[in-house]
Design a protein around this ligand. Structure first.
Ligand code: PMT
Length: 328
């Protein structure tokens, strides 16, 4: 059969788009450093705390929004909204639940244990003294002490690895590296994909090199679609891992239908559906077993209940997978 007469295969076309995305993306700076950090972190957490189902679980939490550069020497870019609060708070609760966490966050967005600090901690938490020293302001002392001690404790125990991205190119390359590195953990790995990921981008080879000139008149630009990597994650990168994606909408009428269709389309284990305006108060966790609405309890974060529910489901997923492996 000649190539012209071959019928269109959507799966093949999708895989071509995925390969094109990675082949044409600007290579990740520090790839070897990141790879080494991942290897050491996973090694460390694979050889501690129990064996079999009781071994330490590792979750990759993604957080913050990806950018889409419009110029190779980037002056302008398109951004995706996310403060990183969800990812940072969830990381704290995963650590509390005994997980080791790979925290893949957008540079400059919220970090674990820093949520109770003011927006500009350096300028707002410290003051200079008469003898030209610097000290923590009394009003911030508790918050600063808690942030520093919790953060240092997690790093010293080797259960928190922080990696940073800015662009969609960096994010997807780092997610792929992390997933492939976690593959051998099988069902003990979890992906909690709270980052707000660009749906459209300018392919690197079609991108202007220099700053786009306004003198040329209105800007007419076609954006290519970013291939949804969720299905590749499930099928190829880390097929046994417990994978959770998020569904963000501003229209509550379409939210749950879109979350249910993401669950089946990308073969996710759970989809956390949230509406932009109420995301800190209410979410719905959609799984094959049904929908669970979670509301924030007074005095705590909604992430506390989300992580409790997902950790239970993850434990069941590990048991099921290990039993199936033992039978076959
Ligand atoms: O950070 P905060 O201010 O606290 O807000 C938290 C949040 C609202 C950003 C978070 O709870 C959330 O909903 N994150 C996902 C936002 C998003 O990208 O939603 P989406 O419906 O566009 O995408 C759904 C899923 O597909 C996401 O898990 C995303 O990782 C994935 N995706 C999206 C686009 C793409 N090209 N590839 C992907 O894999």
């Amino acid at each position: 059969m000649s190539s012209n007469s071959r019928s269109y295969d959507p799966e093949e076309s999708f895989m071509t788009d995925v390969a094109n995305f990675f082949d044409t993306a600007p290579p990740l700076k520090d790839r070897s450093v990141i790879s080494k950090k991942l290897k050491e972190f996973i090694n460390h957490n694979s050889h501690t705390a129990g064996n079999g189902a009781s071994m330490r679980k590792i979750v990759c939490v993604t957080s913050g929004g990806t950018t889409v550069p419009l110029e190779q020497r980037c002056v302008r870019y398109i951004d995706n909204f996310s403060s990183g609060h969800r990812g940072a708070a969830s990381t704290e609760y995963f650590l509390k639940a005994g997980y080791a966490v790979i925290f893949l966050r957008r540079r400059g967005t919220c970090q674990p244990y820093c949520r109770s600090l003011p927006d500009d901690p350096l300028l707002e938490c410290f003051e200079s003294t008469n003898d030209s020293n610097i000290r923590v302001q009394q009003s911030q002392a508790e918050a600063v002490k808690k942030a520093i001690s919790s953060h240092h404790a997690a790093l010293e125990a080797g259960v928190l690895l922080k990696l940073e991205f800015t662009t969609i190119f960096e994010y997807l390359q780092m997610l792929q590296m992390t997933a492939v590195a976690l593959r051998d953990l099988g069902p003990r790995a979890m992906f909690y994909l709270a980052a707000a990921v660009s749906d459209f981008y300018v392919p690197w080879e079609t991108m202007a090199e220099h700053k786009i000139q306004s003198a040329a008149g209105p800007l007419d630009m076609t954006l290519a679609q970013v291939p949804k990597m969720l299905s590749v994650l499930r099928k190829d990168w880390a097929p046994l891992a417990f994978s959770i994606s998020f569904k963000l909408e501003t229209d509550s009428q379409i939210l749950l239908d879109k979350a249910s269709s993401a669950l089946s389309k990308y073969n996710m284990h759970a989809v956390v559906a949230n509406e932009l305006a109420t995301r800190k108060e209410e979410v719905t966790v959609v799984t094959l077993h049904g929908k669970t609405c979670i509301r924030r309890e007074p005095g705590t974060d909604i992430e506390n209940a989300i992580i409790q529910l997902l950790a239970e489901r993850h434990a069941a997923h590990i048991q099921d997978t290990l039993q199936n492996q033992a039978v076959s």
